[in-house]
Design a protein around this ligand. Structure first.
Ligand code: SF4
Length: 239
């Protein structure tokens, strides 16, 4: 794996069009670059853009074992319609067994540390495995999704994953831009979005939001906004 200190590998001088940024990134890093897909509408837009650039674009997903049925249906519809192969990653079996035997099935509700422990086992460690050997990864993060995401850059060094490059092509898109693309291109999406779920993670940690509430209110709703990350995009987590 290469370390990216700064210089030309982080220097993107192209347009703000996500397709241009993705083409630059894939020309530079493929096959050692992949989209981390959680089946959000943002990720589905990016997958479509990537596959339009090259059919062998790499896309991976993490099956935490606690996803909604609707998310699996969305995954199947997406892979079928886009004609792609998803690279699936799972949590380490022995870690899930140890967690559930020792602490039960809902330990994540007991404290922030307990929630981080579950996210670390089910998301953070599989992500680290997926990224090992990569030189860059792509996310569907948008700046206005959360107070934890306001200072992101569209091309940045990811110190939490060995200093590889992290590409955020939709950083400055609004949610309305995402849905315009989904509808214009007739792409599949998670049907929970039609049932009041603007942001979808694991089933027991996601609930619908009321009209006017922040879209991420339904994620880990028992925590404060500053704590609402799963560890995938946090710089100072110990994995
Ligand atoms: S979102 Fe909830 S169930 Fe999923 S890994 Fe995190 S704590 Fe565990």
């Amino acid at each position: 794996m290469k370390q990216y200190d700064k210089a030309d590998d982080l220097l993107y001088a192209g347009s703000s069009d996500p397709a241009d940024l993705l083409k630059w990134a894939m020309d530079k890093f493929h096959p050692d670059i992949a989209l981390a897909c959680s089946f959000s509408p943002e990720d589905i837009v990016i997958a479509d853009l990537m596959l339009n650039i090259r059919k062998d674009a790499r896309i991976f997903a993490i099956d935490t074992g606690r996803l909604n049925e609707e998310t699996y249906e969305c995954a199947e519809a997406m892979t079928n319609q886009l004609g792609m192969t998803m690279e699936w990653y799972f949590p380490a079996q022995e870690d899930v067994e140890a967690l559930e035997c020792a602490k039960g099935l809902f330990s994540f509700r007991k404290s922030l540390d307990a929630r981080h422990e579950c996210c670390r086992i089910r998301k953070v460690e599989p992500l680290a495995r997926a990224l090992s050997g990569m030189n860059a990864w792509i996310t569907g993060l948008r700046r206005d999704q959360s107070v934890t995401r306001t200072d992101l850059k569209s091309v940045e060094r990811d110190d939490a994953h060995g200093g590889i490059v992290k590409i955020n092509p939709l950083l400055d898109w609004k949610v309305s831009d995402v849905w315009v693309y989904i509808n214009e291109h007739k792409l599949p999406y998670n049907r929970l979005h039609d049932e009041g779920y603007p942001s979808i993670g694991c089933a027991p940690c996601t609930r619908p939001v009321k009209h006017g509430e922040h879209p991420r209110t339904g994620r880990w709703w028992w925590e404060t906004p500053e704590d609402k990350e799963c560890g995938l995009h946090v710089k100072n987590w110990n994995i």
